[in-house]
Write a protein that binds this ligand. Sequence first.
Ligand code: PAF
Length: 282
Amino acid sequence: MQIFKEKDALKKHIKALKNEKKSIGFVPTMGALHEGHLSLIKQAISACDKVVVSIFVNPTQFDNPSDLEKYPRTLDQDVAKINEVDRDVLIFSPPASEIYGDQIISEEFSFDGLEHQMEGRFRKGHFNGVGTIVKKLFEMVEPDKAFFGEKDYQQLQIIKKLVEKQNLKVEIVGCPIHREINGLARSSRNERLSPEARQKASFIYSILQQVKEDFGTKSATEINTWVSQEFESYPGLELEYFEIANADTLTSIRDIENNIKYRAFIAAYSGEIRLIDNIALN
Ligand code: PAF
C-alpha cells in the first residue's frame, strides 16, 4: 500500500505505470469510507490495472462552514479498509496546500443548467467546488476511468458534463447506490446519526419506493402532494425538497412524457444532518 501526500510524487508514479501501458482507475472520495466507497473501489479494481483512491475533504464544495468542520476525518481507518479490499491500491491524501496552493477558491463553471437544479438551489457554489476539485484531481491522476456513486446523481451528471465540456479523456462510470439493511443510502454523514435517527432515516427510501410504485398511475402533482404530507406527519425528518426530474436534464416535471427517463430525488434533514437519496422511476 502506497500513500502519496504530494502531487508530484503521485504524477511521477502514474507516469511510470502509463509507460508500462497500465490502465488507471480512479475513485475520488472525501474519506470516512463506507461499504458504498468500497464497492466503487472493487468495481474500479475489476475494470482497471491500477486503482488510485483520493482522500481529500474539499473545502470549496462546502457552503456551510460547520458542515466542513464536522465532516468526519478518519484517514487511518480509511487506509485499513482499503487494505482489506486490496493492498495494491494507491492512496492520494494531500493537504489543501498541495491542491490549492495558498488560494482556496473555486473555478466558475457552466454545466448547461444542471447546476441550478435541486442541490444547486440549496447549496450555493457547491458544484463549482466539486467541478474545481474533480478537474484538478483528473489532471493529477490522468485516469482512464473514474467511478462515482449514483447516490450523488446530480454530481454524477455534472461530472459527465464537465468531462464533455472540457474535453477530458476519462470515462465516467456511474455505480449503483449502496444501502444499509434498512434501506438508508450509505453516506459518510450516517455516522453522525444516533442509532434511533439512523433507523428513522430509512423512511426516505420507503417513500422513494412508494413513489416508484405510484409513478405512471398517479400524476406528478398528486405524488408531490402525497410526499409532502407524509413528511409533515413523520417526526424526526424535515423535507428540504422532493422532485421528480428528467434523469438527463434534471429539470423538474409536472407531466409525464413517453420515452423520457425519470428519477425521484429527496433531500431531508435529520436534526442538523442533511441526507439525500434518489431512485430511477422507469
Ligand atoms: O462525492 C464526493 O465524495 C465528493 O464530492 C468528491 C467527488 C470526492 C469531490 O470532492
